[in-house]
Design a protein around this ligand. Sequence first.
Ligand code: ADP
Length: 366
Amino acid sequence: MQDNESAHPSVVDHERLSSLINSMADGVLAIDEELKIVLYNGSALNILDVNGSIAGKPIAQVLQPVTKDGDRVDVWSLIHSANTPMTTRDYLLEYDDRSRSALYLSIAPVHLGYGKQGVQGYVLLLRDITHEKSLEEERDEFISVISHELRTPVTIAEGSLSNAIYAANQPKMDNKTVLDALQTAHEQVYFLANLINDLSMLSRADRDNLVLDITQINMRALLEKMIEGFNRQAQEKGLELEVDYDPKLELLESGKLYVEEVLQNLITNALKYTQKGSVYIKAWPTEKGVSVSVQDSGIGISKVDQEKIFQKFFRSEDYRTRESSGTGLGLYVTMKLIHLLRSDLEVTSELNQGSTFIVHFVNLDA
Ligand code: ADP
């Protein structure tokens, strides 16, 4: 059996322990029975944003967490209630400049002294989990947006297919009813396929591992091919879709797949957010490459929203935006691709007048 004396750590042990605690990324605070600080490390000072010694100070003076709603947490009661080790990820720390960080806090009751006479106290671990929390919130939002976006087309497609089956089973099958129902189901499945494309592009863009395959792009041919695909959509909405190529338009050296994706997103939006009038596309050569503008006479984007449209999941609150489906991912991905292509994007827009997106593509070295 060890007596109290021999159970004391040597000076070397003590130094080892201090350097171990000081090298920890987590903040460590040890407090005595009166809840005064007896030991702490540098990370604790960082997280609490204090300079100078905090030894001997009451914990409640140094650690002042708040709830999500900004209410002060009673640290005394919280610590006293920790009869066994407990952790919480529910609180925040508020700093003098009113900024906040999400806090991981673990409280463990311990014997701070050595041997039987040891003083009862607590060891607190603190970690700034702001980044993890925002990732969690983003993931939750992502799941909720995606499940909402999936539900509508799946419900419509399922309903239309069941109508088609019913109609096809009638003794006198009406071809038109069956075809209409199949057409609707097809459109919804097509929308789902596009959504999946957006999602896979988003996941690759977010992991920053997009690979650029630089080739010579005939911009006129590319735009002509794209417009062909958009013509039907424009006609259905009664919109004019026009393209104007500068006669001096030259080849662009860039990543064809991503140039096409950027233009596809901008033209899709222009047609989606325009109820009447036109979508006018123009392409011209510049000193550094090729610029393309996509101008629409649609609902426009307010000044406030213009600041937000490139954020992940942002969709305007305007009811006219909500009339058409979307995920708020298109422009986010577009901006990622534009950075990858080392190009620039300009937006000008006026509510109820229309919007113009101009992309300045630059030639890249192969
Ligand atoms: P989505 O179209 O799926 O909602 P985007 O990321 O492509 O997502 O666009 C984000 C938001 O920006 C849209 O929801 C809409 O509010 C606004 N927006 C984008 N393009 C236009 C446009 N041409 N005209 C009006 N609003 C637009």
